[in-house]
Design a protein around this ligand. Structure first.
Ligand SMILES: *Cc1c(COP(=O)(O)O)cnc(C)c1O
Length: 376
């Protein structure tokens, strides 16, 4: 059996090697490394794929979030609602811009923002909400959008883990993740569902005025070269990454399907294991399974992690410490016990290897060892 990896990018690469190698060499030959035709072509391909008016490529998913906030009409001290159960980037950019992250609980089944709790936390200073489509499944965007409308908030969807997922609204329409709120952001970090061979990110919007502002903010605050109407930043997707992404975008649905097959395999293997709660499937979203994250009940999680490690199975905890209890975020005055549901989840969850190249043999190896640890 091939060694099991959390993500197997090499096997995936070998299947598209010819196309990729040619595309990368073509960029090198063209020397159009920055803002070359590949970048525009990729943005346009992604716009078509997502059915969104504007895709603005940038350097990574964290920048995408930061630029999204910079394009909104917000002042230092304004409050931004976001889950505490997320990757640090979501809250980090809020703090960096001198805005105040206000942490909201997540639903215990979907792991996405709980609007009932957001209602407790909104104030006259709240300007925006950043739902995170965690692990590949959409937040309840009908609730997010209704809540935002009621409170006059802007919505930025952190879609770093859910590119290609779709949301089925109560009104009967289906929209792609990241294209529902005012702005969507995503990451092309290599291990994401649509990953490049380095860093990359993008911002999505259907709003023409916002698109213009976002492009300007990502480009030193200039609309006309050397005239800087705002203080912006420098965040670009490079042409080699765009060329890789154009090829991988054509395979994204197939990659998502492969992840869903792995998830189905795990689901059925653990269906009769009482100590395991397999991932809940929200009726309003499909699941891209960026992570396969299950909840454990009455299991020694550290013991399980060590046992799996010993048997060549790299499992992981996303995330062991919620943002509101991170040292760097102590200034926001939160303490243990303030967000019980989020804190419980950080103690219960475990994520299993999931990627596009797992074999039946590897999956059986993983599930057999998990069951044998739990059943003793
Ligand atoms: C990966 C990720 C990001 C950041 O993306 P980078 O490209 O690594 O900057 C932001 N939010 C979430 C939820 C992520 O998973």
């Amino acid at each position: 059996m091939k060694p099991i990896q959390l993500v197997d990018l090499h096997t995936q690469y070998l299947k598209i090697k010819e196309e990729i190698d040619k595309a990368v060499i073509d960029v090198i030959e063209s020397t159009a490394f920055i803002n070359g035709p590949e970048v525009k072509a990729f943005a346009s391909d992604l716009e078509s794929y997502l059915g969104v008016k504007h895709v603005i490529p940038c350097a990574n998913g964290t920048d995408a979030l930061q630029i999204a906030l910079m394009a909104l009409d917000v002042q230092p001290g304004d409050e931004i609602l976001t889950p505490s159960f997320t990757y640090i980037a979501t809250a980090e950019v809020i703090a960096l811009l001198q805005l105040k992250p206000v942490f909201v609980e997540v639903d215990k089944d979907t792991f996405t923002i709980d609007i009932a709790d957001a209602k407790n936390k909104v104030t006259s200073k709240t300007k925006a909400i950043i739902p995170v489509h965690l692990y590949g499944q959409c937040a309840q965007m009908d609730e997010v959008m209704a809540f935002a409308k009621e409170n006059n908030l802007r919505v930025i969807e952190d879609t770093a883990q859910a590119i290609g997922s779709s949301f089925h609204s109560n009104d009967g329409t289906t929209k792609m993740a990241g294209c529902i709120g005012d702005i969507g952001t995503t990451s092309f970090f290599p291990s994401k569902n649509l990953g490049c061979y380095g860093d990359g990110g993008a911002i999505m919007t259907n709003d023409d005025a916002l698109a213009q502002k976002l492009r300007m903010m990502a480009n030193h605050g200039q609309r006309v070269r050397y005239y800087h109407d705002e203080i912006g930043c420098n965040s670009r997707l490079d042409s080699i990454q765009a060329a890789v992404l154009r090829i991988k975008l054509r395979h994204l649905n197939e990659y998502t399907h492969a992840r869903q097959e792995v998830a189905a395999h795990y689901d059925s293997a653990f269906a009769d294991v009482e100590a395991i709660t397999t991932p809940y499937r929200a009726p309003y979203s499909n699941h891209g399974f960026h992570q396969y994250t299950m909840k454990l009940k009455g299991v020694d999680r550290d013991g399980l992690l060590t046992y799996l490690q010993e048997h060549g199975i790299p499992a992981n905890i996303y995330y062991p410490v919620p943002v509101h209890l991170q040292k760097g975020y102590a200034q926001y005055g939160m303490k243990e016990g303030d967000m019980p549901r989020t804190e419980d989840l950080t103690r219960q969850v475990i994520s299993l290897p999931i990627h596009t190249e797992l074999s039946e043999e590897q999956l059986n190896h993983i599930t057999r060892h998990i069951k044998s640890f739990i059943n003793g």
